[in-house]
Ligand binder design. Structure first.
Ligand SMILES: Nc1ncnc2c1ncn2[C@@H]1O[C@H](COP(=O)(O)OP(=O)(O)OP(=O)(O)O)[C@@H](O)[C@H]1O
Length: 580
């Protein structure tokens, strides 16, 4: 991937004025610092070596000047430290918001492949490293350049041959930095992928901790974790080895520079081409240059880490949501709830076989239909095509006669309500969770919805009623209670189309009957498609579609299908046998 330079720099735009001010401060502070060795040289060579009666006033003058430089230097450093970090933090926050907002837009097929831990790693580690580069990078380069160029000219004016001898080392240092940069870049990228894998593993194991413990699977989880942890460790050790070689080769060369100055300078003093004050000045400036050169190594790491972070950030940002609004998407003013599948064929992205093939059926507004069929026949998939969680591979899905692909996504999805077996509740209060169905709902509306969903009573028995915290994913509630909250959410949302995907399958008989009662209430007057394994729960459906891998093989009411003695009658008989 070529590096998107323009995009990279565009993040400075909102803070350009302050950013330029911090760079100016970096320049001023470094330039002020450059003057100090010159002052030392002036004092030792000109002031103290000359007429000492005049010396004192000059020492005071230089002392005053030095003090002024100290004040200027530190005021500039203060501004740089404070504002530079502030800009970095703000840019990081902007990038994080942009990434999070983009992640919200990406379609289901992206999340089918992506690990949450990897994404967390991008949102936290990568962006932090990137912000370090954003605010420290340019500032460090300016400081280093001013030091190196300034020192070169000052030293050149003192002793040209010695200066050239010292600077001859620099191209070697440059080549070395270039070579190791490449290797470090690769190593750091691998580190990031590995820590992402560790995070993904931790996330997976902890999210499923109840399953882990119920299967006594702690050892298996430990083994999986150790494997990822070891891979991360190996990768880091490899990086440290590369870094250690790099820094130490660098260090050796730096020491060689100092030695060159000491020996070559001493020879020059013997030949009276240099005096002691000049040699001291040289050594002071060498000390001054060593920092930027040493930093060059760190800066290249910082540059590589930041660039890798940015590339990983852009990898996600460049992903286009596969499900998007068309330029002139239609907003349906009032949805009646007619659904039609017209010769729909669907296959998941990376699968070779069609899950649904050439499927056609219609559902009238307000009709209550059920879809039954063997596991894996594609019932859930079929439902997910209505709110356009996935796009059909061929054919059309229509809502009120309009292809769902032509509808504005928010308007489509706000008209379709989905209740699944696996209810997802957010960390927060009961009130917050129900309000998710209609953010602007008043407390009265929420209570009304909870009453419709048969949830009011149990909510009132919680320690803080509607203000009780339900824990992450609603762990402090029973399955039936969670389901009733999700139904209350839909009473508020009030969609004309309802999809109930195994909504009561995980519940015991008693909770099932309470939840079913509230679902029946919810379904009143809405187009409802129910997927159910327990066929006893859908006997009252106006129409039952039997979906197998050959498509819809039968349809009719419970009684007509039983009378046909076909697939449905078979499925029913099997369940009846199983239950008795
Ligand atoms: N996100 C996905 N990516 C790839 N394949 C998938 C995905 N979801 C489901 N499938 C595959 O599509 C097929 C149909 O799955 P689907 O969940 O729609 O069946 P179902 O009839 O609802 O099954 P069940 O009754 O067991 O819930 C299965 O073979 C499944 O492996």
């Amino acid at each position: 991937m070529s590096f998107p330079v323009k995009k990279f720099f565009s993040y400075y735009k909102p803070y350009l004025a302050v950013f330029i001010a911090t760079l100016a401060c970096a320049f001023i502070a470094t330039a002020a610092a450059l003057v100090f060795p010159l002052l030392v040289r002036y004092i030792t060579k000109d002031v103290l070596a000359g007429d000492l009666t005049q010396a004192l006033s000059k020492v005071y003058e230089i002392g005053g000047l030095a003090l002024l430089l100290v004040v200027i230097q530190n005021a500039a450093y203060y501004f740089m430290d404070y504002k530079g970090h502030e800009i970095g933090a703000r840019m990081e926050s902007d990038l994080r918001a942009e990434l999070f907002s983009h992640l919200q837009m990406l379609s289901f097929d992206f999340y089918d492949k992506q690990k949450t831990g990897q994404l967390m790693s991008r949102i936290t580690n990568d962006l932090h490293l990137l912000s370090e580069l954003y605010h420290h990078g340019p500032e460090d380069y300016i400081k280093s350049l001013v030091r190196l160029i300034g020192s070169f000219f000052i030293l050149y004016s003192i002793n040209a041959p010695l200066t050239i001898a010292v600077f001859c080392f620099f191209p070697i240092l440059g080549c070395l930095a270039f070579y190791f940069n490449k290797r470090l870049n690769k190593a750091l990228r691998r580190n990031k992928e590995r820590i992402g894998d560790v995070n993904a593993q931790v996330e997976d194991s902890l999210a499923g901790i109840r399953v882990v413990q119920s299967f006594a699977g702690e050892r298996t989880e430990m083994e999986k974790f150790n494997r990822e942890n070891q891979r991360f460790l190996d990768s880091r050790i490899h990086t440290y080895k590369t870094e250690a070689v790099f820094y130490n080769v660098f260090e050796t060369l730096l020491q060689l520079i100092t030695l060159t100055v000491v020996f070559y300078g001493s020879v020059n003093i013997v030949h009276q081409q240099l005096d002691l004050a000049d040699l001291i000045t040289f050594l002071l400036y060498i000390g001054f240059m060593i920092e930027p050169i040493q930093k060059l190594a760190h800066m290249s790491t910082q540059l590589q880490e930041g660039i890798t972070g940015f590339q990983r950030f852009m990898e996600i940002m460049n992903l286009k949501p596969t499900i998007e609004n068309k330029p002139e998407a239609i907003v349906l003013p009032e949805v009646r709830g007619a659904i039609e599948f017209r010769q729909v064929t669907f296959r998941y992205g990376d699968r070779s076989n069609d899950v649904l093939s050439n499927l056609s059926f219609r559902v009238q507004p307000g009709e209550f239909i059920a879809i039954v069929g063997p596991s894996g026949a594609g019932k859930t998939t079929l439902c997910s095509l209505i709110p356009r969680f996935y796009d059909v591979s061929d054919g059309e899905v229509l809502l009120d006669g309009v292809n769902v692909r032509d509808l504005e996504l928010t308007s489509l999805r706000s008209n379709v309500g989905l209740v699944q077996q696996d209810v997802y509740l957010f960390d927060g209060t009961v009130l917050d969770n129900i309000r998710y169905g209609k953010p602007e709902a008043s407390e009265e509306e929420i209570i009304e919805a909870a009453k419709h969903a048969n949830a009011h009573e149990f909510i009132m028995s919680l320690p803080f009623g509607y203000h009780s915290e339900i824990g992450q994913r609603g762990v402090r509630l029973s399955g039936g209670q969670k389901q009733r909250l999700s139904i209350a959410r839909l009473f508020l949302k009030n969609p004309p189309v309802l999809l109930l995907d195994e909504a009561t399958s995980a519940l015991d008989n008693e909770s099932e009957s309470i939840v079913k009662e509230s679902l029946d209430k919810l379904a009143e007057g809405r187009t409802t498609i129910v997927i159910a394994h327990r066929l006893s729960t859908i006997r009252s459906a106006q129409r039952i579609l039997v979906l197998t891998e050959d498509g819809i093989v039968e349809q009719g009411t419970h009684h007509t299908l039983l009378a046909r003695d076909g697939t449905y009658a078979n499925l029913y008989a099997k369940q009846f046998e199983y239950q008795t």
